[in-house]
Ligand binder design. Structure first.
Ligand SMILES: *[C@@H]1O[C@H](CO)[C@@H](O)[C@H](O)[C@H]1NC(C)=O
Ligand SMILES: *[C@@H]1O[C@H](CO)[C@@H](O)[C@H](O)[C@H]1NC(C)=O
Ligand SMILES: *[C@@H]1O[C@H](CO)[C@@H](O)[C@H](O)[C@H]1NC(C)=O
Length: 447
């Protein structure tokens, strides 16, 4: 089976050498015969191979005045698999039982998933030193990936590309957006950047940390004594960040989460209406989806299909790769950047005229709406004052239509959606609202 045989591996190595010889990233790809799906590896740096998967929508209609959009989905963590959580457990055409998902974001746009940063999921490094240590390096890798994808996917040249990330993926979307905008400006990347979408994003860790005590007090999960302690710790996080002590700030933030866990009766940081019934291990906050909407009721497990039928379908996954939902190695390699904010990157995007959309859910704690509103107010963008003074428009996207699903406010190229009743991930918790919201954000002709 292709690459799995010894000859296949040899071909792969030859391809890689040829690719490097031409000064271009080596690629290996395959797809379905109808051309609706394509996937592959791009060696974005020596010994660093990113895996991507493209789906073309069957609803695709495109005119020059109203082009069909493409979404590049960036998963959080850092270290969570976009192919697993994003595609099969989130917004892709099939769920974990390989049954059609309704709704899927494919109804509104073409979709690209990537196991990112390199080392996550099917992506792999041949040497641990090739893991990324900064958000900037991750952004440079994604920009290389897009340069290769422009050649692999002909539709990409006439389709506005939206970088959509949730949680840590939102921070990566902001940093990558700047890298992509600069590459387009320099003429080294020939695509249209439709926009950057920051869903419950980890843009400003200190603003989030400072919001936890107030938010949790308001919903009766912390008492005054715990709030005072939590505020002191959050202020320490902020001070350490000011001094550029990001590793120390990370430790303090972890202690803050432990305090909250102990004093709140194990609240789930991704949804304050739910308890975290598992352990207090801090990483589990970042990487689990205890809200079982993402889980499957059927016989399949995500790791079962991705190391089984899906791996067989893809044909090009090297034998020695075992897909995992989360890569702790990738997370660890990025620890020193974890607490680094990306507000300046959002400002830079706004100054370039790039459409920036922020969406926030009501019930999230970890990347709270309070924290996000706080960093938005600190933007240097000239349109900020007007943006803040505009009224919000209520959204009535889904049945029953008399209920309010959320609110939106737009001024020039900044757009902010407040989504009600959802925890950390909108597509998982409120799939219908998420579908209409994304259709509107990417200006889908299918809207
Ligand atoms: C995928 O790979 C298989 C086996 O290597 C090959 O026969 C097939 O033509 C490829 N399909 C596409 C669409 O590239
Ligand atoms: C998988 O095997 C190939 C060939 O033996 C080797 O070059 C590569 O480093 C291995 N990859 C991993 C992730 O172990
Ligand atoms: C930004 O989005 C608006 C719609 O919300 C659209 O009319 C405009 O053309 C977009 N601007 C850019 C530069 O993509």
């Amino acid at each position: 089976m292709g690459i799995r045989s010894p000859t296949g591996l040899l071909c792969l190595m030859l391809l890689i050498q040829l690719g490097l010889g031409l000064g271009e990233a080596a690629t290996v790809s395959n797809g379905t015969t109808d051309g609706k799906e394509r996937w592959g590896y791009v060696e974005i740096r020596p010994k660093a191979n990113l895996f991507w998967w493209f789906y073309q929508s069957s609803q695709r209609v495109s005119t020059p005045e109203h082009p069909w959009p493409t979404i590049l989905w960036l998963q959080g963590g850092p270290g969570e698999s976009g192919i697993g959580s994003g595609n099969f457990q989130g917004i892709g055409p099939l769920d974990v039982d390989l049954k059609p998902r309704n709704p899927t974001w494919l109804q509104k746009a073409d979709l690209i998933f990537v196991d990112n940063p390199v080392g996550v999921g099917y992506s792999y490094v041949e040497d641990e030193s090739a893991l990324v240590k900064t958000d900037l390096e991750a952004a440079a890798d994604l920009t290389e990936l897009l340069k290769a994808l422009v050649k692999e996917l002909p539709t990409l040249q006439s389709s506005p590309l939206f970088l959509v990330g949730e949680s840590y993926g939102g921070k990566l979307a902001a940093v990558t957006g700047v890298s992509v905008a600069r590459a387009i400006h320099a003429g080294t990347l020939k695509i249209t950047l439709g926009g950057v979408v920051l869903g419950d994003s980890w843009i400003s860790p200190d603003d989030h940390a400072l919001s936890y005590p107030w938010l949790l007090k308001d919903v009766s999960r912390l008492d005054d004594n715990a709030v005072s302690k939590a505020i002191m710790m959050a202020v320490t996080v902020k001070q350490q960040m000011v001094y550029g002590q990001f590793a120390a700030a990370y430790k303090t933030w972890v202690d803050l989460l432990d305090l909250i866990d102990a004093k709140s009766g194990n609240i789930n940081m991704e949804n304050f209406m739910v308890d975290n019934t598992v352990s207090s291990a801090v990483l589990s906050y970042l990487v689990t989806r205890p809200l079982s909407a993402a889980a499957t009721d059927g016989p399949n497990t995500i790791s079962g299909i991705l190391n089984g039928v899906i791996e067989q379908k893809l044909r090009i996954i090297p034998n020695n790769i075992t897909w995992q939902a989360v890569s702790l190695q990738v997370f660890d390699a990025l620890t020193n950047d974890f607490m680094k904010p990306a507000i300046n990157e959002v400002d830079e995007l706004l100054s370039y005229g790039v459409n920036v959309t922020v969406y926030q859910v009501q019930l999230d704690v970890i990347c709270s709406t309070l924290g996000t509103e706080a960093w938005v107010k600190r933007l240097k963008w000239e349109g900020l004052h007007n943006f803040l003074s505009l009224p919000r428009k209520p959204l009535h996207y889904c049945h029953p239509y008399y209920l309010t699903n959320g609110f939106v406010r737009s001024y020039k190229n900044l757009h902010f959606y407040w989504i009600l009743g959802a925890g950390h991930s909108v597509p998982v918790d409120k799939p219908c609202t998420a579908l209409y919201m994304i259709g509107s954000i990417v200006q889908s002709p299918a809207s």
